[in-house]
Design a protein around this ligand. Structure first.
Ligand code: DON
Length: 307
């Protein structure tokens, strides 16, 4: 017997399936070769139940959805003050790959844009950690949020690194401002590995549910981050997670969220639920077209808007 939630999700997927607008992420060749038709949605409650429909067990790279989780790890490992000294919390109103550094200091405006996320990656783990150990710490941390062991897609990582001129340029600017204190290429390499971690919509829903559950993974019961860190991360997701579409998203959907260029999209409703969708075609902001439609519908049908 099917329960009412998967039936509802299947119907919602059916309603957006005919929308083939948007483009695959062309600037990463491996992503441009992805199957654009994938479509899935999963809900994970803070009690640990998972409901889903469509492609919820298909792996794809996490990309920018790694950013809030790496931010959580940096805050946990280094404390709030050093992280805030290096990365701000103000929305940039600009695209994810714009430079968006504060005048004078060179501090990236927030950890959700690439400049802030490259800086955040370098702040994961204790000071002095070797780059490979830091990648390990990030992978372990993402795995704790998901509740299963995750691994990177080496082909996507290599493909992005070959064309990472823009991120390298941003990292060099950060190094010029002494926001980064290490070799820019090494940091971008680690950040790109972080973005190449493979997840499913089911994993992402559980990762979002861990944030919604104030830092405790509902499946494993592990406390991954403290409550204050979860609150900080959700706040920044709410104001900055959807880049230059963050205001439209906050008013229309009203859930802290984060998108990735492989087509994933997560939302975390504090105290209630983690939601994830997967559909690879992107709008001009780099957000999944069908994912955004699904979230608008979920928010409206279930009254999920926080206000
Ligand atoms: O740094 C990049 O450009 C990619 N690894 C991640 C960008 C991304 O996912 C933007 N989000 N929608």
């Amino acid at each position: 017997m099917r329960s009412v939630i998967p039936d509802y999700l299947a119907e919602a997927l059916g309603d957006v399936a005919s929308d083939t607008s948007g483009e695959l992420a062309g600037y990463i060749p491996e992503l441009a070769a992805a199957d654009p038709e994938h479509l899935g949605a999963a809900f994970a409650t803070v009690q640990g139940e998972v409901y889903g429909a469509g492609d919820i067990d298909t792996e794809f790279t996490i990309q920018s959805i790694s950013k809030p989780f790496a931010y959580a790890l940096a805050l946990s490992d280094r404390g709030f003050a050093p992280v805030l000294a290096s990365v701000g919390v103000e929305p940039s109103g600009e695209a994810f790959n714009q430079i968006s550094l504060e005048d004078g200091t060179g501090r990236p405006l927030n950890p959700m844009i690439n400049a802030g996320a490259i800086t955040t990656h370098a702040l994961v783990g204790p000071e002095g950690l070797k780059p490979a150990e830091r990648v390990e710490r990030v992978t372990d941390g993402l795995s704790a949020f998901a509740g299963r062991r995750l691994r990177a897609d080496e082909a996507v990582c290599a493909s992005e690194m070959e064309h990472a001129h823009r991120n390298l340029a941003i990292a060099h600017m950060l190094r010029g401002h002494d926001i980064l204190t290490e070799d820019p290429r090494t940091v971008v390499d680690g950040y790109t590995r972080q973005c190449s971690v493979l997840v499913t919509a089911r994993d992402l829903a559980m990762m979002a549910a861990t944030l919604a559950n104030r830092g405790v993974n509902p499946l494993t019961g592990q406390r991954v981050i403290t409550e204050p860190v979860a609150r900080q991360v959700l706040s920044v997701m709410f104001t900055c997670g959807m880049y230059d579409a963050a205001g439209d998203w906050a008013t229309q959907v009203g859930i802290p969220a984060k998108s990735g260029v492989a087509g994933g999209l997560i939302g975390a409703l504090p105290g209630q639920i983690g939601i994830a969708t997967f559909s690879p075609r992107l709008d001009p902001h780099g957000n999944s077209v069908r994912g955004v439609s699904l979230f608008e519908r979920f928010s409206s049908d279930m009254g999920l808007h926080l206000m």
